[in-house]
Design a protein around this ligand. Structure first.
Ligand SMILES: [Zn+2]
Length: 276
């Protein structure tokens, strides 16, 4: 019985992947017949749909998360619940776009639904307002599941560390998730997932920020890293939002959106490491 189940599983995987494979075949339908040759020529110019993984929290409980992500006009490829006995739910095939990112950009790319896998994590988000936000922690089980899932996705698409981002990174004007309690540093140090800065590099840049550093220079460094920011030369609201998104990800101890020596040193250390 067990063997039979495995056989059916393998057959269904093969049948599924066949749909997308390049192959020799003959198409016959009411319009006529045509031979397809998928073997003779191969193009060099191509890439995979999936170039990023975007992490989210749902900001509602498990039942509401399932309801919203399966029945409304928003979705994600994966859902990690807060019940440790649950599997990770796969809601949308990775071959398809799921609708998780909304209006978004990173580097030269925009509308990241086109080019990413979205992972939603059940977590209540935050209470309070912008000035005094208090975030809910993730469970160890959730982080472990996310790490296993990320390792698998990264290996299958051969993704760079720079490809693993939070929703707030790609939509800093609108979004806070996965928030400052999402353990990016732990993912990097324990599982070699995503980006983190080197302490030595950070130390060497600690004196880089001064009263002479202009908002334009700060905006230029943020843009170099990947954030969408208008280079207005002012610490305006949109710049504060981007700085805060950066702090959520890389300086979770302080996320007031105000540039300082440590935040700037981390930004320069990251640009040196990943954006040569
Ligand atoms: Zn989100």
């Amino acid at each position: 019985m067990k063997k039979l189940v495995i056989l059916f599983a393998v057959m269904s995987i093969l049948a599924y992947s066949d749909t997308y494979k390049k192959e020799n075949k003959t198409i016959r339908n009411s319009a006529g017949t045509v031979k397809i040759d998928g073997k003779t020529y191969n193009s060099v110019a191509q890439d995979r749909r999936v170039r990023f993984v975007i992490l989210h929290y749902t900001a509602v409980d498990k039942d509401q998360s399932v309801n919203i992500l399966t029945k409304q006009q928003v979705s994600s490829h994966y859902l990690v619940t807060d019940d440790s006995s649950d599997p990770v739910y796969n809601l949308v095939s990775e071959d398809n776009r799921s609708w998780h990112a909304g209006e978004s950009s990173w580097g030269r790319l925009s509308n990241l639904n086109d080019s990413s896998v979205g992972i939603e994590i059940v977590n209540m988000g935050y209470t309070g307002t912008n000035g005094e936000m208090s975030f809910y922690p993730f469970t160890d089980d959730q982080i472990k599941k996310v790490a296993v899932l990320l390792k698998d996705i990264i290996a299958r698409y051969n993704l760079e560390p720079t490809s693993i981002l939070g929703h707030s990174d790609i939509a800093p004007q609108r979004k806070q998730d996965p928030g400052p309690l999402f353990p990016w540093e732990e993912l990097y140090k324990d599982y070699q997932i995503g980006m983190w800065y080197d302490e030595d590099a950070k130390s060497s840049f600690m004196t880089s920020y001064s009263t002479l550093t202009t908002p334009f220079e700060v905006q230029t460094q943020l843009e170099k890293f990947g954030y969408k920011v208008d280079k207005t030369g002012q610490y305006d609201k949109q710049t504060t939002n981007v700085i805060r998104a950066f702090q959520f990800h890389f300086r979770p101890a302080k996320y007031d959106g105000i540039m300082d020596s440590e935040t700037y040193a981390i930004l320069l250390a990251l640009n040196t490491k990943y954006k040569k």
